[in-house]
Design a protein around this ligand. Structure first.
Ligand code: QAP
Ligand code: CO
Length: 167
């Protein structure tokens, strides 16, 4: 297993559109294991392959309290959505920046699991928000890009300031 390097906003590679996984292989499962290890170590509740510079439609999520319920979504598709919610989000690629995004309150997602089998999942609350957030990464969208340009500029300034203080 390995901890992967997480791309940091505004890295332009975060805007890459991921391609579908055509076959779930041992190589796919190895990547999923490394993504899960990276997410748990961070610690985070969700990670998309895009964030580790692999541009395939793969997401790992664990919103459980005990962090023992790994959800793997390969080629995820939202097949139903309902309602609206404003949830405070963060992102491992945008550390220290948090803010609200309006999304569907509940969704049904269809995806393949790590065995390559298709399944459907109905989700609401934090899990529904997290799935939508991670699926955005797969089409090259970062949550701050829902904000006004003023709010984005402030977030970027804060990130740059923090990066300077580390160096
Ligand atoms: C996406 O985000 C998410 O700024 C997953 O310093 C988050 O795991 C969806 C994290 C909230 C819905 C609601 C962020 C860790 C983790 C930070 C994460 C940080 C350390 C973010
Ligand atoms: Co994110």
């Amino acid at each position: 297993m390995a901890i992967l390097k997480i791309l940091q906003y505004p890295d332009e590679r975060l805007h890459t559109v991921a391609t579908r996984v055509t076959k779930v292989t041992d190589k796919t499962r190895l990547l999923i294991r490394d993504m899960a290890e990276t997410m748990y170590a961070a610690p985070g509740i969700g990670l998309a392959a895009t964030q580790v510079d692999v541009h395939e439609r793969i997401v790992v999520i664990d919103t459980s309290e005990k962090r023992d319920q790994l959800l793997v979504l390969i080629n995820p598709e939202i097949i139903a959505n309902n309602g609206e919610s404003d949830y405070e989000e963060g992102c491992l690629s945008v550390p220290g920046i948090y803010g609200k995004v309006r999304r569907a309150e509940s969704i049904t997602v269809k995806a393949l699991n790590a065995d390559g089998n298709s399944f459907e999942l109905a989700a609401e609350g934090l899990l529904a928000v997290c799935i939508q957030h991670e699926m955005d990464h797969l089409v090259g969208k970062v949550f701050v890009e829902y904000w006004s340009s003023l709010k984005q500029a402030r977030a970027l300034a804060k990130l740059k300031k923090k990066q300077r203080s580390i160096m």
